[in-house]
Ligand binder design. Sequence first.
Ligand code: S3P
Length: 184
Amino acid sequence: MNENDILPLNIVLIGFMGSGKTTVGRELHHRLGYPLVDMDQMIEQRVGKSITAIFAEQGEATFREMETAMLLELALSDPQQRIISTGGGVVGSEENREILKRMGYVVWLDAPVKVIAERTAKSRSRPLLLDENPEEKIRDLMAKRQPLYQETAHLKLDTAGLDSKELATGILECASYFFSQPER
Ligand code: S3P
């Protein structure tokens, strides 16, 4: 694909914490020149607190409300040619899943539990993984979320063993094909 060709809609990255959404998002941003929106960062800027502080002071349910509000705002505002990196739990509500599917080409970045555990081991900024047994927590959450990622995504990519450049190339080729289909 000629990367100067403009894709008509957003590319939305979903997947578990540590699946590579931020890194792949940056690569797609460099290649396409579309603005990169990191939903967690936008929420942090808007609220003036870190995700960790929001969870600790206001609770997860409030964070989820903020997440849905941010998703709606993005779905209804221009430009609709963005790279959107979501938080790993965004697929938890049916409302969010419906919005995501309508926003553009949804890519699920997947990785095995062990790989996720290694990649997130040093992170102190993911409140859900500040657990006595993070690997067990990842396994539990992953089992619940996998069918939700599956039903939301147009494309699933296993990120283990591929670098962000290779992943971005695959995503751009598949997105270009997807957007070229009249009946999608
Ligand atoms: C969460 C993932 C985080 C962040 C919050 C909750 C989740 O985003 O939204 O800590 O429920 O999986 P990343 O996937 O970018 O780490």
